[in-house]
Design a protein around this ligand. Structure first.
Ligand SMILES: [Cu+2]
Length: 155
């Protein structure tokens, strides 16, 4: 009880408001040692009455964190950096392999399955949300041919 109270006070006294969003199913992609980049995926639900955007992210596990999506380019899916991920009110937005994702460039450590990384999300209203994201190994989709791979992914 005391602990809960203390963390509540710390939260309230923090300058940055906590975003009115909730996150489901977040995970970061495990990568083999030596690989420089990875990505994080999740579902983000905007619980606010107003529309919001995810505008940036940081992590202790990567030097640079960017917001990416995939575009169709001559029949090939390619990643492209985007300025924001729109989060309409009361809607769930899915970041997933082959779609939008949080790109982690210049990993500062190995990402082994079972570990966690911290990730801090910043939204268009200046609010933030910090989370612990589990690292998971992503299996290739069985049978289906993957339409794309990150250019840096060696498999
Ligand atoms: Cu990417």
């Amino acid at each position: 009880m005391k602990k809960v109270l203390l963390s509540t006070i710390l939260l309230l006294s923090s300058q940055l408001a906590t975003a009115e969003v909730h996150i489901d199913g977040a995970y970061a992609r495990a990568v083999p040692p030596g690989q420089m980049n990875s990505a994080t995926f999740m579902q983000i639900t905007n619980d606010d009455e107003k529309g919001l955007s995810l505008v940036s992210a940081t992590s202790d596990a990567a030097k640079n964190v960017e917001l990416h999506t995939h575009i169709q380019d001559n029949g090939v899916m390619r990643m492209r950096q985007i300025n924001e991920i729109k989060l309409p009110s009361d809607q769930k937005v899915t970041l997933q392999p082959g779609g939008m994702h949080i790109m982690m460039i210049g990993l500062t450590r190995n990402l082994h399955a079972g570990e966690h990384i911290n990730l801090s999300l910043t939204f268009s209203d200046g609010s933030q949300k910090s989370l612990q994201v589990p690292v998971k190994k992503i299996m290739p989709m069985g049978g289906k041919k993957m339409m794309h791979k990150h250019a840096t992914t060696a498999e």
